[in-house]
Design a binder for this molecule. Structure first.
Ligand SMILES: Cc1cc2nc3c(=O)[nH]c(=O)nc-3n(C[C@H](O)[C@H](O)[C@H](O)COP(=O)(O)OP(=O)(O)OC[C@H]3O[C@@H](n4cnc5c(N)ncnc54)[C@H](O)[C@@H]3O)c2cc1C
Length: 413
């Protein structure tokens, strides 16, 4: 249980900043931060998790789609409270409307869920609290504290009051914006071609298939990205789009292309919007290093996310878990140097790096494909007997049917 109590106040008329001392301070209560907090606290470390927003998981900035396969790996038991809909498969649509259906019922594979992301994130934060982490809401990190060049904690604004949190190690779990790493001197800004600008509407009163996630491709539909329809039950769905940063060729490009699609899609154009979400995803490989002396980066902050799908919930959960486990080992040796943190870097790279790099190369290739060729690929794949219903399975099928397209990274498939 975190015992961290603040010291500070007014002494002899001098106001001192309220200061908390702990073993580990984690910035950001997204999936990455909550998982890191849970594993640190479980190992007995004094852990403080801070979150700048007033509510964990809200406002929504996510399409809420996840596959099922990784949940057990990070010790998360599916819970109906945070599952909005169970998917039987995914449909990929070409610019001309050719369909490629990946049907989990045919292969016996479990496909995925569309989440209630705000409840999922809260469940993870609750697990961290149950394990003994102290959670401080409406507490936004505003800078890092260095003494003699060493990172010794963070500055924050907590409910309007400046505070300091001193710790042996800082975990930057602050998502795409990733300011903590930047304050600590890490270059985290991706190239324009390696970010996607996204907007999403929660639509209701629409007529989309309720057990299939839909991905729609095309240069005139979603330049350098894709349009998604992820059903949420009750004739509603998350309808969103991501546009590659260097292909935002009209003002407010993501909104322009999403509105255009909705207006022309008879299943959607009589629907109503209940919620609007927008945000950015990085689509680059992970940072060259996610560890520094007394600093660990997890999830989106480390750019550890799938560059093709923009899916990063599972990556954030895995990296949070790895970070927590490694920090517990570092605490035993009382050594949080970059050298001591190396097992974390090894763990995430062994599990995900090849896939992330491969999918980044595939994303770059996809960006150069004309709509006509995309139609041809999806048409031919529609009859293909996929062995694995995921990006890897699709790339294997493309390698088989269109080897030239993937020759630059064929060894990764
Ligand atoms: C539009 C959109 C759709 C997406 N759809 C999907 C999807 O369908 N499936 C999927 O797997 N992934 C999806 N993603 C990506 C996914 O949301 C992220 O990869 C995932 O949330 C990363 O988790 P994280 O914990 O690293 O960061 P986040 O979930 O972003 O959490 C970071 C937390 O840090 C807090 N924070 C930031 N700065 C500070 C600060 N200074 N002080 C304190 N707190 C701070 C934030 O408020 C936030 O709560 C989508 C992203 C976007 C933008």
């Amino acid at each position: 249980m975190c015992e961290a109590l603040p010291c500070g106040g007014i002494e002899d008329g001098v106001i001192s900043v309220k200061t908390y001392n702990c073993d580990i301070v984690i910035v950001g209560a997204g999936p990455g931060g909550s998982m890191a907090a849970k594993f640190c606290a479980q190992a007995g470390l004094d852990t403080i998790l801070i979150e700048k927003k007033a509510e964990v998981g809200a406002p929504l900035r996510c399409a809420e789609g996840v596959s099922k396969s990784w949940l057990s790996e990070v010790g998360i038991e599916p819970d109906r409270s945070w599952i909005a809909a169970d998917m039987v498969g995914a449909v990929i649509k070409s610019p001309a409307g050719h369909e490629f259906r990946m049907d989990g019922r045919k292969t016996g594979e479990e496909i995925g869920y569309v989440l209630e992301r705000h409840l999922f994130d809260k469940a993870l934060a609750r697990d961290a609290a149950d394990a003994g982490a102290k959670i401080m809401m409406r507490t936004g990190c505003t800078g890092v504290i260095r003494e003699g060049g060493k990172l010794v904690g963070i500055k924050a604004n907590s409910m309007g009051e400046p505070i300091e949190i001193r710790a042996k190690c800082v975990v930057a779990a602050d998502g795409y914006e990733s300011q903590v790493a930047r304050w600590a001197g890490v270059k985290t800004v991706p190239k324009m071609g390696d970010i996607n600008s996204c907007i999403q509407y929660r639509m209701t009163n629409i007529d989309v298939e309720q057990e299939w996630c839909e991905f729609i491709l095309g240069n005139d539909i979603a330049p350098g990205g894709y349009l998604w329809i992820f059903p949420k039950g009750n004739r509603s769905a998350n309808v969103g789009i991501g546009i590659r940063g260097d292909r935002c060729n009209v003002p407010a490009a993501a909104k322009y292309y999403l509105d255009k699609w909705i207006a022309e899609d008879d299943r959607l154009n009589k629907g109503q919007i209940l919620e609007v979400a927008s945000g950015m995803v990085s689509t680059c490989p992970g940072l060259d290093s996610a560890i520094y002396d007394n600093l660990v980066l997890v999830g989106d902050a480390a750019r550890i996310i799938d560059p093709i799908t923009g899916g990063g919930i599972c990556h954030a959960c895995r990296t949070g878990m790895y970070a927590g486990k490694v920090l517990a080992e570092c605490n035993e040796k009382n050594d949080f140097s970059k050298e001591a943190l190396k097992p974390y870097e090894r763990m995430w790279r062994n599990r995900m790096d090849d896939k992330i790099v491969r999918n980044w190369m595939a994303k770059e290739k996809m960006n150069s494909i004309e709509d006509k060729q995309m139609d041809e690929i999806i048409d031919i794949l529609s009859d293909y007997d996929l062995k694995q219903l995921d990006v890897f399975g699709i790339l294997k099928a493309i390698k088989d049917k269109f080897p030239d397209l993937v020759e630059e990274f064929a060894d990764l498939i």
